[in-house]
Design a protein around this ligand. Structure first.
Ligand SMILES: [Fe+2]
Ligand SMILES: [Fe+2]
Length: 181
């Protein structure tokens, strides 16, 4: 079973990425514990939805940050494919519950394991490259979805204009619908 305890070894130094990674650990921990405890299906379904929302939001934002710092195209494409594999495992849980099945511990742990391994390996490789850019600009990642946005230091958050575009919606069923290629 993967360790779903957040630890300092996962800290990237980017406040938004760190917050989102921590949310992912917490969400998958809640899901796997609910499955192991045989919590009622509605509660498990609730945690599945939370995992899906957090993971799709995070992948969108992380890929936007990769583009912002000029992460090499080949590495970005490799990372996108890795995101799709993790997202597919999470969306399989959504499909199972939409089909009236109860998500099992084995299914939940498989998705959690993929998420943890992704952060430990693919994200660590990205973070090693991105740190130099973050240290130069001191700019936190800008959330593409608008769900989590760090305020720039010393500046009040601007109010959005009335006719400003709404942030992109997180897809309920497919990562492809929610992510720009
Ligand atoms: Fe990633
Ligand atoms: Fe990540």
């Amino acid at each position: 079973m993967p360790s779903l305890a957040w630890g300092d070894r996962y800290v990237s130094g980017n406040p938004t990425i760190d917050r989102q990674h921590r949310l992912l650990f917490d969400a998958f921990d809640a899901l796997t514990q609910a499955c192991a405890a045989g919590t009622n299906p509605a509660a498990i379904g609730h945690f599945v939805d939370i995992c899906r929302d957090h993971i799709l939001t995070h992948f969108n934002d992380e890929e936007a940050e990769m583009e912002r710092i000029g992460y090499p195209a080949a590495k970005l494409e490799h990372h996108r494919l890795a995101h799709e594999q993790v997202a597919e495992a999470v969306l399989a849980l959504v499909v199972a519950q939409n089909n009236g099945e109860i998500v099992t511990s084995v299914q939940a742990l498989k998705a959690a394991d993929l998420m943890v391994e992704h952060i430990k390996h693919e994200d660590a490789a990205f973070i090693a490259v991105a740190r130099a850019a973050w240290e130069k600009t001191q700019a936190p990642v800008k959330a593409a979805t608008g769900k989590i946005v760090e305020k720039p230091a010393g500046k009040p958050a601007a109010k959005p204009a009335k006719d400003a575009k709404k942030p992109a919606q997180v897809a309920k069923t497919s990562p492809a619908k929610s992510r720009k290629r």
